[in-house]
Write a protein that binds this ligand. Structure first.
Ligand code: ADP
Length: 365
């Protein structure tokens, strides 16, 4: 292999997370011991990663005395070849998560009502799984209350390579959200079929790569989105979030049993805002017992052994970290809350899951 190509193997496309040499982005025009003339072909005009790639290419080639570098864009044929490669030879409009033998564990995170901390926990859980070495995608399907981009500090949406969307990556998590497609914070008034199509596109037209986990933030309660997702992701398992309040627990139980129906197995219940630690005292601001009640009811309804996986305290740090777009598990991994969330991620990753450990059939290599 040419010396320059070997050096450029270390330059990673930040959106595709693969060496630019493997993505067909490098064309070496001439090469001698001290001079190199090359062209870097970006996927699209105005590629947001262009500057970073150029910087990294120049850094990788610093041992050359003369570097002539042209930054350009792929032509249609080159782009088609790249898309083909990214899709692992599969046709467009292919939902990799619905295939038999698909080994990505899909986790729906649901709650009976809004405001119980579902999105906050989903964001932190996804980031905690990624920091434990798993490949993680996060699909924000909370159509009416999407908040994941804000929680993860994501400022720009996916890059479109023709009909293929490259999701932004935050804290090593690939993220897609309906929020990327909304301008001026307009509420979305989509009806069933359109909604179904939008959700489907998030699975078929997005380059997710080979994921260990796809975590899905569901809208609260039950509805068209949960039903569409249940059909599109038949092997998904569910987490149900509730607060300790009896009223919240009742609605969580109802939605949990539905998500159990649409999403298969219920992995467990998370009780959030369980208590406020004040010195040595635990103040039960929102009452107690909600998580246990939901777990007991779901165990009875589903015939599975559903447990409360964790009780999370009220934590102003958790809220503050989400508000500034930096999840607590990253900004303060040593805090008690982060340790609980990391423990939850470990527990979920360790739950038995049939066909674990193998890779999805979408790979660049
Ligand atoms: P949902 O997705 O269920 O609607 P969010 O995740 O948006 O809920 O959380 C609602 C609000 O509660 C947010 O401001 C969030 O920061 C805050 N919050 C969530 N969990 C906790 C907690 N354990 N302690 C303190 N605040 C929390």
């Amino acid at each position: 292999m040419s010396n320059a190509l070997a050096l450029l193997e270390k330059v990673i496309d930040p959106e595709l997370r693969a060496p630019i040499t493997e993505l067909g982005m490098v064309e070496i025009r001439s090469e001698t011991e001290d001079a190199i003339d090359l062209k870097i072909k970006l996927t699209i005009v105005g590629c947001p990663a262009a500057q970073k790639i150029e910087r990294d290419v120049r850094a990788a080639l610093e041992s050359y005395e003369f570097v002539s570098l042209e930054m350009s864009t792929m032509n249609q044929q080159e782009r088609d070849e790249l898309k083909q490669k990214l899709r692992g030879g599969k046709p467009a409009r292919f939902n990799p998560f619905a295939q038999p033998g698909n080994l990505t564990q899909v986790i729906f995170v649901g709650s009976g009502k809004g405001g119980v901390g579902k999105s906050t926990i989903t964001a932190n859980l996804a980031v905690a799984l990624a920091s434990q070495g798993f490949k993680v995608g996060l699909l924000d399907a909370d159509i009416f209350g999407y908040s994941i981009p804000g929680q993860l500090g994501i400022k720009s949406g996916p890059t479109k390579v023709d009909d293929l969307m490259l999701p932004p990556i935050a804290y090593d998590v690939r993220v897609m959200s309906i929020g990327f497609f909304v301008t001026d914070n307009q509420p979305i008034a989509w009806r069933g079929p359109m909604l179904h199509r939008a959700i489907e596109q998030f699975l078929t037209d997005v380059y997710w790569g080979d994921l260990d986990f796809l975590v899905v933030d569901l809208p609260p309660g039950t509805g068209d989105v949960a039903i569409s997702l249940g059909q599109l992701l038949p092997g998904a398992k569910s987490l149900v979030i509730t607060t300790p309040q009896a009223a919240a627990a009742q609605v969580a139980e109802r939605s949990g049993s539905i998500s159990g129906q649409v999403g298969g197995e219920v992995l467990g219940v998370i009780e959030n805002m369980s208590y406020l630690q004040s010195g040595s005292e635990r103040l039960e601001i929102f009452g107690s017992g909600g998580g246990a009640a939901v777990a007991a009811a779901l165990s009875k309804k589903t015939g599975q052994d559903v447990d409360v996986l964790v009780q999370l305290p009220i934590s102003s740090e958790l809220r503050a970290a989400s508000d500034i777009g930096e999840p607590l598990v990253v900004s303060d991994p040593e805090s008690e809350m982060s340790q609980l969330l990391a423990g939850l991620a470990k527990k979920i990753a360790g739950l038995p899951r049939g066909l674990s450990g193998k890779r999805l059939d979408i790979s660049l290599r």
